[in-house]
Design a protein around this ligand. Structure first.
Ligand SMILES: [Zn+2]
Length: 246
């Protein structure tokens, strides 16, 4: 009974966080202020079609789906299904991660942040063909905290991050002439910098293999899958890394 209750509260925790990610999902690609102390430049949740401000039960995670039945209550435009998908997916990720690594709460929170940010970045990328630098930076910052906690020193991650930066600069320089519409050089930088923190030792090899596989698969199926495959793999590798090291 206690177990079920704790999993339900975990799911709710994940859903609450994901509710914030849906705000980012809408606002980041459109450059709308997220929050701040200046109330004049921010605004409460609103319908993206008719701009009508929403009542609290119209933007509560998951519940809003029942109060609106997938359509705006004011202009009746169908609501993008990505919102509810994001909410449910991040809720489920919270439960799975807690089941796997819940005994180490610090790492659970960091890992959950990484997962939520990664899922958000993939959703934004698939819908808008745009990778948010701010989200990638947040993944890097959580990686720095994670490495400082697990290594108990900063020199190891400083070294690998520097290597990642040098590699990224080289890729950007080489990629200037690359005129392919998929911008692999940019995607690679958004994968390599987080990987320099979240992947360690021999798992770097696994990551490189996954990038190559992602590249081949994305050529086979659909070019757009390169970044999602790479990021999901990076997350799984870092999770595996942590679970085998403890
Ligand atoms: Zn509307």
């Amino acid at each position: 009974m206690i177990l079920i209750a704790s999993y339900i509260s975990l799911f709710l925790f994940g859903v609450l966080i994901s509710n914030f990610t849906t705000t980012l999902f809408y606002r980041l690609p459109r450059n709308i202020m997220i929050s701040g102390f200046n109330q004049k430049s921010t605004r409460p949740p609103f319908c993206s079609n008719c701009n009508h401000d929403l009542l609290f039960y119209e933007y509560l995670p998951i519940l809003s789906w029942f109060s609106t039945l997938g359509k705006c209550n004011y202009c009746h435009t169908p609501i993008n299904k990505s919102y509810i998908l994001l909410e449910i997916l991040i809720g489920i990720i919270a439960i799975i991660l807690y089941y796997l690594i819940g005994q180490n709460l610090e790492y659970f929170f960091l890992c959950f942040c990484f997962a939520a940010l990664a899922v958000l970045n993939i959703f934004i990328y698939l819908e808008h063909n745009f990778i948010s630098t701010r989200i990638t930076l947040s993944i890097i910052v959580t990686g720095i905290i994670y490495r400082t906690l697990t290594d108990q020193e900063i020199f190891a991650w400083l070294a690998s991050l520097s290597l990642g930066c040098i590699l990224s600069l080289w890729i950007i320089r080489e990629g200037v002439e690359d005129k392919s519409p998929y911008n692999y050089d940019k995607l690679l930088v958004h994968l390599i910098l987080p990987a320099s923190l979240w992947c360690r030792n021999e798992s770097v090899l696994l990551f490189v293999t996954s990038i190559v596989l992602g590249y081949l698969f994305s050529k086979l199926i659909k070019n757009k899958l390169f970044y999602p495959i790479g990021l999901v793999n990076l997350f799984l590798i870092s999770l595996y890394n942590f679970m085998t090291s403890t």
